[in-house]
Design a protein around this ligand. Structure first.
Ligand SMILES: Nc1ncnc2c1ncn2[C@@H]1O[C@H](COP(=O)(O)OP(=O)(O)OP(=O)(O)O)[C@@H](O)[C@H]1O
Ligand SMILES: [Mg+2]
Length: 270
């Protein structure tokens, strides 16, 4: 579904991605993480053909997005739902029009089907009453939720979310994660890629983590495995972001027992 082969990307001579390779299979979920500015959004842009690599190839549905024509790229992007870091809704369209526009351009749905899908997804993101509103009438968190509804309304084979919860309060973040989980549950075959600098979000979203650091793939694997047996940098990167959590909450994340025992000294009582 996604194949990144030996991608190198430079901006103004600075190497942002240095020989990065990874693959995502149909139906698979992957969280792409790493410190701020490590190149997560750049990976997504290369994948969608919005940027070209200096070296290597980025394949999406077996199309080489690094060298495809605009029309080839469009065909592939129609099979992909994308929610950008900044929401990316059209400001001059209502919520309803934003969703219909996506479905009209990317699906063969009839008007009635489009209407049903829109109602279902707006209800799914708990914003059923907003169809006639414009983006400027919505809060940041509401726009994110609409962005997610729009990414999924075309029932894509692949859904990509860039920082779906950044800057949102914990309650809204949890709602958004649940939405993505539930809505995608309706289409089991949808592959999903979430880019986030929030480790907690990343591990709640997917078992598999791809960690970028200084231009390289620092780790790629199941997060519990990386937390216990990754390189020192990986263990440190993951653990410093998890050990501040409330113990009850940490247990809910199903963190590995040896990790809990080491970092929560009162864990034995629970
Ligand atoms: N169009 C561009 N021109 C020049 N430099 C760029 C451009 N886009 C990104 N960069 C640089 O590339 C690096 C990676 O940026 P990118 O947005 O991919 O990081 P990120 O991991 O998504 O960061 P964040 O966690 O803040 O979202 C940054 O140093 C950024 O300044
Ligand atoms: Mg980014």
């Amino acid at each position: 579904m996604i194949r990144f082969e030996h991608i190198t990307k430079k901006y103004d001579g600075a190497v942002i991605l240095d020989d990065v390779s990874f693959a995502v299979k149909p139906g698979e979920r992957l969280s792409l993480i790493g410190p701020g500015g490590c190149g997560k959004t750049t990976v997504l842009k290369l994948l969608l053909g919005l940027e070209r690599p200096n070296k290597g190839n980025a394949y999406l549905f077996d199309t080489d997005m690094s060298h495809a024509s605009e029309s080839e790229k469009q065909l592939v992007c129609r099979r992909t739902g994308m929610a950008f870091q900044q929401g990316g809704l059209f400001d001059f369209m209502t919520v309803r029009e934003n969703l219909l526009f996506a479905m009209e351009h990317m699906t063969q749905k009839t008007a009635e089907e489009m209407d049903n899908t829109m109602q279902r997804l707006l209800a799914g993101v708990k914003l059923a009453g907003t169809a006639a509103m414009f983006p400027h009438e919505l809060s940041g968190g509401m726009k994110r939720r609409i962005g997610i509804a729009r990414a999924l309304c075309t029932e894509p084979e692949l859904a990509i979310f860039d920082e779906p919860t950044a800057g949102l309060d914990p309650v809204t973040s949890t709602i958004i994660l649940q939405m993505i989980g539930e809505l995608s549950g309706a289409h089991q075959k949808t592959s999903m890629l979430v880019a986030s600098s929030n480790v907690e979000i990343a591990i709640r979203f997917a078992d598999r983590l791809l960690i970028l650091h200084e231009g390289k793939v620092e780790a790629d694997g199941p997060w519990r495995e990386l937390l216990l047996n990754g390189t020192e940098w990986v263990r440190n990167f993951l653990s410093v972001r998890l050990i501040g959590l409330d113990i009850e909450y940490a247990l809910g994340l199903d963190l590995p027992k040896p990790f809990i025992a080491k970092h929560w000294h009162n864990a034995a009582k629970l």
